[in-house]
Ligand binder design. Structure first.
Ligand code: ATP
Ligand code: MG
Length: 265
């Protein structure tokens, strides 16, 4: 049984945690017949508890590779990654829902894997569906849902993992602009309500500025941190806000420079 002293110690440890993710001097190479390719070179980045960081970079610069390393799906070639809160939740561009299950059952599966007792799963799945504004869709099958609705279910399923760090890899890239805009609002609202830490990957500059407290720009070949911006524009923001547009122009210039420097596209 936990004593008062051990509980106090646990509390102290939690208070001492200054980061939801700590990436320290991480490099990653992939080996092939033509030799090894350095994809990420000496990346160091902290995500603070409750912080929303977007990782921005050209296609192929190593964004997904870095996210997979933070998720623990692969190991760095050098350096270290810590996620003190345990295994992060993940959300990809493809919803990856099980098509033979209903929206509700997809979420319940994540709850079951987390060890939530059976009797609590249904009400919790309903609560999460409400949170992503899909109340009443518990019994819907995946093919009955629009692309935007599927991503809402995928978000609810990621939230069902009850992790304090959410990793998102271009989760809205396949959606039309209006649906994406609505989901940006929802994500911002949910992030503020849940106080989650979010590491969000995108190659869309406006999306990065619209969502994040901090935008980190990766260079290409190899991926290195080129620059970062702290975004002081008050939330909630609109994608068409003048301040969002202005900063997006500045960041796009930098991104173009990075792409030119590395002679691709
Ligand atoms: N498992 C792997 N084996 C070998 N090479 C890989 C592997 N995964 C990624 N790469 C290479 O690493 C580089 C970065 O890929 P990654 O998918 O991380 O880029 P990205 O920034 O996510 O691009 P996009 O915006 O197109 O999704 C690419 O050159 C890719 O071919
Ligand atoms: Mg990618």
């Amino acid at each position: 049984m936990a004593t008062t002293a051990t509980l106090a110690k646990a509390e102290e440890d939690r208070a001492a945690v200054t980061h939801a993710a700590r990436i320290e001097h991480v490099s990653k190479s992939f080996g092939g017949p033509a030799g090894s390719q350095l994809v990420l070179d000496d990346i160091s980045l902290d995500v603070a508890p409750g912080e929303f960081v977007t990782l921005l970079g050209a296609s192929g610069c190593g964004k997904s590779t870095l996210l997979n390393l933070v998720a623990g799906l692969d190991r760095p070639s050098a350096g270290s990654i810590e996620t003190p809160g345990g295994r992060p939740a993940l959300m990809f561009q493809e919803h990856a829902l099980f098509p033979w299950l209903t929206a509700g059952k997809n979420i319940e599966l994540a709850l079951r894997l987390r060890g939530v007792p059976k009797a609590e799963r249904r009400p919790e799945a309903e609560r999460l569906l409400e949170l992503v504004r899909l109340g009443g869709s518990y019994r819907k099958r995946v093919h009955e849902l629009s692309g935007g609705m599927r991503q809402r279910v995928a978000l609810a399923r990621a939230l069902a993992q009850d992790s304090d760090l959410l990793l998102m890899d271009e989760p809205f890239a396949a959606l039309d602009a209006i649906t994406r805009d609505v989901l940006h609002d929802e994500l911002t609202r949910i992030w503020r309500e849940t106080k989650l830490s979010v590491l969000f990957v995108t190659h869309n500059v406006r999306e990065a500025v619209r969502l994040a407290e901090r935008v980190v720009l990766l260079s290409s070949r190899p991926g290195r941190i080129a620059r970062e911006w702290t975004i002081g524009i008050p939330q909630p923001r609109r994608i068409e806000d003048a301040a969002v547009a202005e900063l997006s122009v500045e960041i796009t210039e930098e991104l173009r420079g990075e792409i030119r420097r590395h002679g691709q596209h």
